[in-house]
Design a protein around this ligand. Structure first.
Ligand SMILES: Cc1cc2nc3c(=O)[nH]c(=O)nc-3n(C[C@H](O)[C@H](O)[C@H](O)COP(=O)(O)O)c2cc1C
Length: 228
């Protein structure tokens, strides 16, 4: 089983990173044979999306020197993904937003049938909204929100306590059970995925096959669409 952990905080050893590291250690404790990779977006010098539409037309991003194309492939090839972000102005961090914009998530169905885990930290207000942004990204990309962890913490407060250790350990067990399933989506998520793809995404893309050539090719490759 391949599990990818992505930290969207600029402070790699901050609260979000501490929680994600704890999850990583819990998972290793449960199953040492797991293939876990931990990525700090802050260490990748990521570039903003330039809005060139190359991903829609050609299926790949023209920016090649920051590793995000490679990260998108890693996400696609993993069985489960854990996303973490601090709350910035009641939303995800800038690093996390770049990940969302650049890694071919929604139209490409990047998280199709994958168990995902959203982790959000905040100090005062807006954490719930930031987590909703990540959960929507997951579901809009064909994945399952299998676990969630939302942590409200005062600045400089200790992140890891016995109580949180226990919570994280339980969630890690739950997450692994979902990762092992062929289709971890809930009934609601399955219905949502079917309706949003067939009513929203597919007709929109097929209306302009030249503009979305790269997306259609990817659907055909992954068996989401048969071209006549
Ligand atoms: C630019 C900026 C904006 C922030 N906006 C919010 C916010 O809207 N609501 C909130 O509760 N905390 C906000 N915070 C606090 C962080 O979300 C909080 O400290 C978080 O746990 C930091 O995680 P980290 O240590 O992983 O970076 C903000 C912090 C920064 C630096």
């Amino acid at each position: 089983m391949k599990i990818l952990i992505i930290n969207g905080s600029p402070r790699v050893k901050g609260v979000t990173g501490q929680i994600l590291t704890k999850i990583k250690n819990s998972l290793i404790e449960i199953d040492p044979s797991l293939g876990i990779e931990y990525i700090d977006l802050a260490e990748m010098n990521v570039h903003l999306c330039s809005g060139c539409f190359s991903c829609y037309k050609k299926g790949y991003c023209h920016i090649k020197d920051d590793g995000l194309e490679n990260l998108s492939k890693k996400i696609e090839n993993s069985d489960g993904v854990i996303f973490g972000s601090p709350t910035y102005v009641t939303n995800v961090s800038g690093h996390f937003k770049v990940l969302m914009d650049r890694c071919h998530f929604v139209f490409e169905r990047l998280l199709y049938n994958k168990a995902c885990f959203s982790v959000v930290t905040y100090e005062n207000f807006g954490g719930r909204k930031a987590q909703k942004v990540i959960n929507e990204l997951i579901r809009n990309s064909g994945g399952a929100v299998s676990c969630q962890y939302l942590l409200k913490l005062n600045h400089e407060e200790k992140a890891i306590t016995d109580k949180r250790n226990n919570q994280i350990s339980k969630l890690s067990h739950k997450f692994l059970l979902k990762v092992e399933k062929d289709n971890p989506l809930s009934i609601y998520e399955r219905i949502f995925r079917k309706v949003s793809f067939s009513v929203g995404i597919k007709p929109h893309v097929l209306k302009n096959k030249i503009q979305y050539r790269g997306i259609i090719d990817r659907w055909v490759e992954n068996g989401y669409y048969i071209e006549k």
